[in-house]
Structure formats: structure tokens, C-alpha cells
Design a binder for this molecule. Sequence first.
Ligand code: AMP
Length: 396
Amino acid sequence: MIRSITDVDVRGKKILTRVDFNVPQDDERRITDDTRISESLPTIESIVSRGGIPVLMSHLGRPNGKRNEKYSLNPVAERLADLTHKEVLFAPDCIGKEVEDLVRSAAPNQIILLENLRFHAGEEGNDSAFCKQLRMLGDVYCNDAFGTAHRAHSSTSGVAALFDTVCAGLLMLKELQYLGSALEKPQRPFISVLGGSKISGKIEVISSLLGKCDAILIGGGMMYTFLKAMGKEIGTSLVEEDRIDTAKTLLDSARALGVNLAVPADAVVADAFSNDAQTQIVDVDHIPQNWMGMDIGPSTVETYSSMIANAGTVVWNGPMGVFEMPNFSHGTRAIASAMAESTRKGAITIIGGGDSAAAISQFGLSTSVTHVSTGGGASLEYLEGKTLPGVAALNK
Ligand code: AMP
């Protein structure tokens, strides 16, 4: 049973809280999207409004265990102060005497943000000495960083074991609630839409979802490995030769289980990997030599859209085509619109983070679906049925 931050008496206590402030920045280190900060505000406000003091910790980028100002969380501290209208004390490091003194002297209504955890190799190493130092900075441990819950790092796993009271933040609970109920008691029909570049990263999720879904709709670069497994010519499309047998096995398992593992019937093909390339729409039995598949075709869009629009639950991970190029974004856009329509009709629709979250935001439809997960890798591992270390650490 995971305890919620709202069930913990936080008054006068320091709440060491793992958040995911790994925000995108431009070359001048200006934050280009502060969704991750705003998503953690309910937890921060829950602590502050009840007289607790949040001691926030996060990573940013990949400084590889060394201090590097390029990855400082300083710009995040400023944005957090703007968003919360509170005083944010930015600690010069995430461990050490100076930080401990700062935490000790903090008063209610203040928020502390520690410097980037990954300035120390002990963070990703889940190092016990580093965990002990982090332990000094709070009375209660809270994890609100679903996006890093699939990593067994000091701040997501090791340090939690050192606390008597551990709990989940509101964002973490929201993620677990939506993903958990989709898997455990989905409204049917339950449909998964899986795309993205490669089949290799999605084999386990496809295998796991085959036992749970009524249909799995395949798109993106990985559809061509399936088409090849079905004996079709795929021109110069993306293919993983070493996964053709796996694709065959997945198609056979789907047949045996009576699950519809749907592979597109048509594709938009191009004569080069470029937005300005020549294009044509072909059915998948006629992909010309030297042409590559860049998007799902209109007939597939129609079939998939009507299945999605009539679903009870839809989980989507991975774009249907090279959506970053406008000429090959139509399939992904159509799926996003179908998800929105399905939501309007009462379905539970979940976007599994990463590129699909970027796509739905690009199309302005993020608020038209039930839930957009903040964790690409974490949501995929959750859907695979794996226990996430950061979640397991909260089960005390
Ligand atoms: P992933 O990281 O595996 O989820 O893949 C996302 C990437 O897949 C995006 O950058 C898309 O551009 C890419 N992608 C989608 N469809 C195709 C395709 N048909 N050929 C090559 N790349 C694709």
C-alpha cells in the first residue's frame, strides 16, 4: 500500500521530495517548457500549505557525476519561485554541511531546491554513503518523480530505505492510478497503439499487452519489420533484420490468443528521408524498391481511427511516422485526433510519454485526452508489467 503525501502529517517537518525537473532548455539555458515543474506544484503546495518545508531534489541532463554549470538547476529555482510565488532557497550542492545548515535554518513557507543530484556519481550508482548524506536533509521521504521511477538511483530507491516514513506525491499517484487501472481493470475494448522507430525497444511491452488488450495497432518505423516478417517487400524502409523472427513469434502469439495485432494496410513512402522528398501512397503489398515508408497511409488511418474512437481504453506509445517532418505527420496527427474523439465519447485515453507526448502537445491536444504520462521509459516499463524500483521503494 502506497501512502499519499496528503496522509502524512508534514507540519514543521522537512519533506525530502524527489521531483523530475529535467526540463528542456535552449542554448542560453532558458527553460523552453516548464510542464515538469508545473506538474509537481500540487505536491509542493500540499506540503507548504500544511506547514511543511519541501526539500526538492532532481537531476538535470547528463553531467556524468561531475559538477558542470551547464546542468545547474539554478534556472529551475527561478522559475519555481515565479510559479509558486514563494521564496525558493537554492542550495549550492545536494549534499554536505553547507546544505544541511541551509535545510536546518529554513522556515515554513520557504521551499528548498537542491543542486543537480547527478553532479555526484553516487546518485546513479545508488551509493550507500551518498544515500546517507541525502538522508540528513529530511524527516520524511516523498517521491513525485514518476519519470525516473524505473531507475534504481540513490534519490529514487536507496535513500527511501533509510526513512521510516515514505510516501508518494500527487503526480506519482496520478500516474500510477491511470496506468494501473488501465492495466488492471480496463474499460473494453482495450486498445494499444504502438509506434516509434524500433521494434527492439517494444518487444516486451507488445508481449505483455497481448495478454491484456483486445487489439494492438502497430505503426511507425517498427511496422516494416512486421511487414517483412509477413513476407512483404519493404524497399529501403527501416528494418531490424535480427527482429524479424521475433515479429513472426508475436504475430503467431496474437493469433493463438485471438488478439488483433494490426499491421497497416497502406503507407506513405518517400524516395529520401526528407520532408521535401517525392512521396506516394501505396498499399503494403506494393512498396517500391528504393522507396522508404515514412508514415501510415489514409486507409490505415481510417481503420485505426474508427477502432480508437469506439474503444473503452486506449494506451498510445510511439508516433505513427516521422512526425517531426510535416509531410509525414498526418498519421500521428490523425491518431491524436482519434484519441481526443474517443475521450469525448467517454473512453480512458493515456499517452505514454516521450515522443507521443511531444506529438500530442505539438498538435495542441494534450488536454483533450485523459492522461499524458510524464515518463516515457517509466510508463513503458510499467506497461511491460515490471516493478519500478522507485515505486517498490514506496511500498512499506
Ligand atoms: P522511439 O524513440 O522508438 O519511440 O521512436 C520515435 C521516432 O520514431 C521518432 O523520432 C520518429 O521520427 C521515428 N519514426 C516513426 N516512424 C518512422 C519511420 N517510418 N521511419 C523512420 N523513423 C520513424
